[in-house]
Unconditional design. Structure first.
Length: 228
C-alpha cells in the first residue's frame, strides 16, 4: 500500500525532471578553438548560439557571399576584398596598393581566418606551412540579430535563417583567447509531451487512489455496523 501511495509522487517528480531537461539544456558544442590576437573566426550561424570566452572579443553578424580565388601553401593574387582561411601554424602576409605596403606575420595553434583589408584594389602575397584558401568577399551586409553580452559570454540570436549568415569573431588584443561556441538545443517536443503525460498520470493515479480509499472506508464501516 505504501508503494501505491508513493506512485503519484514518483510520476510527478519524473515528469517535472523530464520537463526541465527538455526546456533547459547545455546545448551542443560546435566549436572549441583558440583565437589568436589580430585574427578572426568565421562561423555559420543559425538559430541561437552562445560564445564562451576567457577575455574580450568583438562579435558581429554578417550575411556574406564568398568566392574562392586560390588555394595552396603560397599565392600571389589581385583581390578586392580578401578573406584568408589558414590551416597551419604560421602565415606570412603582404598586402599592397600602389606605393602602400602592409606586412604581417601570424602564428596559429589551430588555424584561423584573416580579413586584412576591406574593399579596395589589393595585391596580396601569402605563404604558410599549411594550406591557405583565399576568398573574395562579394557581399558583406549587416544582419539584424540580438547579441547579448555577459561577463564571459555572448548570446547570439542569429535572426536570419539564410545559409549565408555568419557570426564574425575578432580578437583585438595580442593575447590568445579560448573560445567555445555552443549551439542552443531545439525544444524536444517528444520529451515535453512525455513529461506532461507523466504529470497527468500522477494526477489520475492519485485521484483513483483516493476514490478506492473512500469506497473501502464505506464498505468497512458497513461491515462493522450491520443493520439489525
Amino acid at each position: 500500500m505504501r508503494a501505491v501511495a508513493l506512485l503519484p509522487l514518483l510520476l510527478l517528480i519524473s515528469g517535472a525532471v523530464l520537463l526541465i531537461y527538455s526546456v533547459i539544456s547545455g546545448g551542443e558544442v560546435v566549436r572549441d578553438l583558440v583565437l589568436e590576437g589580430g585574427t578572426y573566426e568565421v562561423i555559420r550561424c543559425q538559430g541561437t548560439v552562445t560564445v564562451q570566452v576567457n577575455g574580450s572579443l568583438c562579435a558581429d553578424l554578417r550575411e556574406m557571399k564568398l568566392k574562392e580565388i586560390a588555394r595552396g601553401s603560397s599565392m600571389n593574387e589581385s583581390v578586392a576584398f580578401p578573406l584568408l582561411e589558414v590551416k597551419g601554424s604560421r602565415l606570412e602576409l603582404t598586402v599592397s596598393n600602389y606605393d602602400a605596403v602592409w606586412r604581417r606575420n601570424y602564428e596559429f595553434l589551430d588555424g584561423g581566418s584573416i580579413i586584412p583589408m576591406e574593399r579596395g584594389e589589393w595585391n596580396l602575397s601569402a605563404s604558410s606551412d599549411g594550406q591557405i584558401t583565399l576568398y573574395e568577399v562579394e557581399r558583406y551586409d549587416p544582419v539584424r540579430g540580438d547579441l547579448v553580452r555577459g561577463d564571459d559570454s555572448i548570446r547570439v540570436a542569429c535572426g536570419s535563417a539564410s545559409d549565408e549568415t555568419y557570426l564574425i569573431l575578432y580578437n583585438p588584443s595580442q593575447v590568445s583567447l579560448r573560445v567555445r561556441v555552443i549551439k542552443g538545443r531545439s525544444i524536444d517536443l517528444y520529451s515535453i509531451s512525455t513529461s506532461i503525460g507523466l504529470v497527468l498520470a500522477a494526477l489520475l493515479v492519485r485521484r483513483y487512489s483516493h476514490a478506492v480509499g473512500s469506497e473501502g472506508g464505506a464498505f468497512a464501516g458497513a461491515g462493522l455496523y450491520p443493520h439489525s
